[in-house]
Design a protein around this ligand. Structure first.
Ligand SMILES: [Zn+2]
Length: 463
């Protein structure tokens, strides 16, 4: 198999990496079924607008029943929609947070490699249309497009309003929300008039933010994923909506790439490219570290903007301990810390297989590196702050400081970049609280990142 044709596969399946930075080779047979499927579960629209007895909300306040996955179980809970219903649309009044939520998009991306010359065509089979609801309805069928849009809108707005409250002068652009578009990828590799390999499947089982488009997409789940035990849908888990919005905040305050716009920030391990290679050297760039920090930041946004009883991941396979900011350990019981062994794995030239294995944390997965960062941040903040709002304000301030230093930090090695990002967090916390890094903070910083104390002015290094 020629390199060019293999790169197409990576290009269309990559998440969090820019297409032109693809640096590893993947055999087509290695494509994981977990985020490509022949069997996407299509959501249906509840009813047509013609069945509504009124065609506009008399006001934008309403109690609605949401189908959620909370505290390890499926629940139906009432939430107060304040300013989140506009005309008939599921968006905030004024469209400042969510300019529109959409359904029904169906697109095919056709990649053809003919004797190593690659062409790509996009065909729109159906375009998006705005999601609307009937004003005389308060219950929405679980698994309907409207139910999904209401959940996503509610939790994105919750995260956004909290951030706007803390950053009143920052203009965060509105996002669009795409609910379960059908995105089909079709690849054909033709050599001397013979089709030597072809692949056709839908993107499934993920949620992602696209920086260049200010859009958040929730892909459909697949039959296979359901059978593997993922009974909850991502739009039923509040943390996922708030996490994706966290990427939007990161993009707005800092930028998701040191050199330009990234392609996508995917939600979970499900979007990871597989990196089985044959002797190909792995290199870690500053952008790779930035992607990990972005993931950790997005987890922190969800952790600090949602209610304590809404932010948990109990019962969500793969995510429940690994991505729970409050959990000290990964699923295998190992602590969330940057030990020297882990640091060497993060920066290793050799790929560690199994980045999609949920039971063993893979240090080459940006979500896992981000999870260590997020947990470390929360441990530090627990010492010097009392409220979630104070913690969120410091996390946002840290990102501002990162932005201010971004040009100088580009001269660092990726390892120094990670170290100094964490160091900057410790210093930002000190400057926003009692002005100095005290002994308790030194102890935690040292535990999370052994050796960091040697770089912190106020900490006495251990000998
Ligand atoms: Zn993410």
């Amino acid at each position: 198999m020629k390199l060019t044709s293999l790169l197409i596969v990576l290009l269309i399946s990559s998440c969090g990496k820019k297409a032109n930075e693809v640096d590893s080779v993947q055999r087509p047979k290695d494509i994981s079924a977990s985020h490509f499927s022949q069997n996407p579960i299509k959501l249906k629209s509840e009813k047509s607008k013609s069945l509504c007895s009124v065609n506009e909300f008399s006001d934008s306040q309403r109690n609605l029943n949401l189908s959620l996955f909370l505290r390890g179980e499926e629940v139906i809970e009432e939430r107060y929609f304040s300013g989140l219903l506009d005309q008939l649309f599921v968006r905030d009044v004024g469209a400042n947070i969510i300019s529109q939520s959409y359904k029904g998009k169906s697109t095919v991306y056709k990649y053809v490699s003919t004797d190593d010359v690659v062409t790509m065509e996009t065909e729109d089979l159906a375009s998006s249309s705005p999601i609307s609801i009937c004003p005389d309805q308060i219950n929405f069928e679980k698994g309907s497009l409207e139910s999904a849009a209401l959940n996503i809108t509610y939790y994105i707005s919750k995260a956004s309003r909290k951030i706007i409250e803390l950053l009143p002068t920052v203009k965060i652009p509105p996002v669009t929300v795409e609910v379960t578009p059908l995105i089909k990828k079709s690849i054909s590799i033709i050599v001397k008039d013979q089709v030597v390999w072809s692949f056709e499947a839908f993107e499934t089982d993920n949620a992602y933010y696209m920086p260049g488009h200010n859009s958040i997409t929730f892909l459909p789940h697949s039959e296979e994923f359901r059978k593997e035990g993922m009974t909850a849908s991502f739009w039923e888990i509040p943390m996922v909506s708030a996490h994706e919005y966290g990427h939007h905040v990161f993009e707005t305050l800092h930028g998701s790439s040191s050199t330009g716009s990234g392609l996508k920030n995917c939600f979970g391990k499900f979007g990871m490219i597989k990196t089985e290679t044959e002797g190909e050297k792995r290199t870690v760039s500053i952008d790779d570290i930035l992607i990990s920090l972005n993931e950790g930041f997005a987890d922190l946004i969800s952790f600090y903007t949602l209610e304590n009883n809404e932010r948990g991941l109990k019962g969500v396979p793969c995510l429940q301990t690994n991505r729970d900011v409050g959990s000290r350990n990964f699923a295998d019981g190992s602590p969330k810390v940057f030990t020297s062994i882990r640091m060497s794995q993060i920066f290793a030239e050799k790929h560690i297989p199994g980045s999609e294995n949920c039971d063993v944390p893979n240090m080459q997965n940006p979500h896992i590196v981000g999870a260590i960062f997020a947990h470390g941040v929360d441990r530090l903040l627990a010492i010097s702050t009392d409220t979630k709002d104070q913690r969120l304000a410091i996390v946002l301030e840290w990102l501002n400081e990162m932005k201010k230093r971004s040009v100088n930090m580009l001269n660092q090695t990726p390892k120094e970049y990670l170290r100094d990002s964490f160091k900057l967090f410790v210093e930002t916390t000190a400057s926003k609280t009692d002005g100095k890094v005290d002994e308790a903070e030194c102890v935690v910083a040292r535990e999370i990142y052994p050796g960091i104390d040697g770089y912190l002015h106020d900490c006495r290094p251990l000998f």
